[in-house]
Design a protein. Structure first.
Length: 564
């Protein structure tokens, strides 16, 4: 970024922090006007959206096209499932959250276990915010990624003391609005910077000719591991679990008093979510087309590039880079010819095959570059797909606007991470009875909150520091969620509709979750299937253990009779 970008970046950060710190508190937070269905629908989308999705999803689409959208097709089905099977039961019970419902229907042990599982998931998700913040900072300053994580950990401990219990620095609905506007601006910038005479319809035709706009395709599914059946089944379970147990989502249900607006808000969420995700993915697909006509870097993570250039492998890296740019020059020439023929409604298969062959050769060189980076520093992460959009913002977005965009992304991520830390802290200190001191005064309660908060930040830092970025951020998010969502949804369903023995239920949850984690670490099963596996295992084990427990009890009760 240049001086203008840095100036805008600093001004935006300071302004948002100052407004949050010094704004006057309203006398009443309640409005005399009843909120609309649209308000609840947008709130649900805002709660379920993450700032790093706007950064990571375009990189996912750049690499694999629109096929990832199949996962989000499960949202409408999850909405139907929630409306008919979950919401009516919560409404009758007048429950504040799913955990309260589970506690009332089972026992305290199962309630505690469910909360612990959910908190583990939320801490894992918090690590992704740490990754994303470090990722953005790494494009601003040439500092080792691990050192950045240490600085972020220290910074969060300080920020947590300053902004404790003050809500979002940057409200979620504002984040959604600004990030959506940013994606639209980036989309327009990409179209504007394409070759002269290449308009939106030509761009889409060019992109579609390389299968980037195909959502459902069995041949593509073999390559990118996203097929419709897998995504629909597991996506439905995943998002149904989120809608059934996520406390922020349930708070929105309560705000609408479980009225018709709850149902309408959910329907609106189901209708808008898929097009919303499609827009972000489409931006990544168009970005693929942009880099067919413009020089793409050999490696998108600038910090890694700096690392290898300071090492003994700098000459080898430069040689690969020279060869890479020769291929890019040939690909650019072929792409211009191909786009001209696309404009004339003619698809030249020879040119298309040439572009694909050149792309494959370029990809091989990128893999060679990653190997050199690993040799230069084995501790760095070479997965750079999350940096693709950031590279475009840094080098191709107009001056000043780039600084604004980076600042919005960064403050959104910091805001989410602080709010999440505060939420987890409150749940550990208040939801779990064994950690709650009912006789403690305000001062000791504050000290307890600060200690727990600091422990959460340090724990998150340790996990982030030691677990590598094994996929892009959005896939890491759904990997973590998939490992626990099936079990959590099963707990809710069994609590609502089942009549199980509590001891059998408790044992089933533990065994099912251990089996899911074991299968994940020791098999090559795709992470999405763990939604189904967790759900089915928990239900089946609960049924089996309950039947066995009942048989055992009957046999034990019949023994005195037989003896007499």
């Amino acid at each position: 970024m240049n001086l203008i970008d840095w100036s805008i970046f600093i001004i935006v950060l300071v302004t948002i922090l100052a407004i949050k710190q010094f704004k006057l508190q309203k006398v009443s937070t309640y409005s005399i006007y009843e909120k609309s269905t649209l308000n609840y629908g947008i709130k649900l989308i805002a709660v379920q959206s993450f700032a790093y999705a706007f950064i990571s999803l375009p990189g996912q689409a750049y690499s694999q096209g629109m096929t990832f959208l199949q996962l989000y097709l499960g949202i409408p089905l999850a909405v139907v499932f929630t409306i008919f099977l979950i919401i009516p039961k919560f409404k009758i019970a007048k429950t504040k959250n799913a955990f309260e419902y589970i506690k009332n229907k089972s026992n305290t042990k199962i309630y505690h276990l469910t909360v612990v599982i959910y908190l583990i998931l939320r801490i894992l998700i918090l690590t992704i915010s740490f990754y994303a913040i470090a990722m953005i900072l790494s494009i601003l300053v040439k500092v080792d990624f691990k050192i950045l994580l240490i600085l972020i950990c220290i910074g969060f401990i300080l920020l947590n003391f300053i902004f404790r219990n003050k809500g979002y620095l940057f409200p979620k609905q504002n984040q959604l609005l600004y990030c959506t506007i940013i994606i639209v601006i980036i989309f327009i910038c990409i179209i504007y910077k394409l070759p002269t005479g290449m308009y939106l319809d030509d761009t889409l035709s060019f992109t579609a000719s390389f299968d980037k706009l195909t959502v459902v395709d069995n041949s593509l599914a073999e390559k990118d591991k996203f097929d419709l059946t897998k995504c629909l089944i597991n996506g439905t379970i995943l998002f149904a679990s989120i809608l059934a147990i996520d406390t922020k989502t349930l708070q929105i249900y309560r705000q609408s008093k479980y009225s018709y607006k709850t149902k309408d808000g959910l329907i609106l969420y189901g209708l808008l979510s898929v097009p919303f995700q499609a827009l972000i993915l489409l931006t990544g697909c168009i970005l693929f087309t942009f880099y067919q006509f413009n020089d793409a870097p050999l490696h998108y993570n600038p910090n890694n590039v700096h690392t290898v250039k300071q090492s003994e492998y700098a000459d080898q890296y430069n040689q690969i880079k020279q060869e890479y740019h020769k291929i890019l020059s040939q690909k650019k020439e072929a792409s211009l010819l191909y786009s001209g023929q696309i404009y004339q409604n003619y698809s030249n298969q020879v040119l298309k095959d040439q572009i694909l062959s050149l792309t494959e050769n370029a990809n091989k060189l990128q893999q060679d570059a990653k190997k050199l980076i690993k040799k230069a520093n084995d501790n760095v992460e070479v997965n750079d797909s999350d940096f693709i959009l950031l590279h475009f913002i840094n080098f191709y977005v107009p001056d000043g606007l780039a600084g604004f965009i980076i600042a919005i992304f960064l403050i959104s991520l910091i805001s989410i991470a602080l709010k999440e830390t505060n939420w987890i802290t409150k749940n550990i200190t208040h939801i779990l009875p064994q950690y709650k001191d009912r006789n403690a005064n305000i001062k000791s309660s504050s000290i307890s909150h600060n200690i727990v908060s600091m422990l959460i930040i340090v724990t998150t830092f340790i996990i982030t520091y030691n677990i590598p970025v094994f996929l892009n951020l959005i896939q890491i998010l759904w990997t973590y969620a998939s490992l626990f969502s099936g079990t959590l949804l099963a707990i809710v369903l069994i609590s609502i509709y089942g009549k199980s023995n509590n001891t059998a239920f408790y044992a089933s949850i533990i065994i099912a979750q251990i089996l899911v984690l074991g299968l994940y670490f020791y098999t090559s099963i795709h992470y999405l299937w763990f939604n189904s596996i967790g759900l089915i295992l928990t239900i089946i084990l609960t049924i089996v253990f309950t039947v066995l427990t009942n048989i055992y009890c009957q046999l034990r009760n019949s023994l005195p009779t037989m003896h007499n």
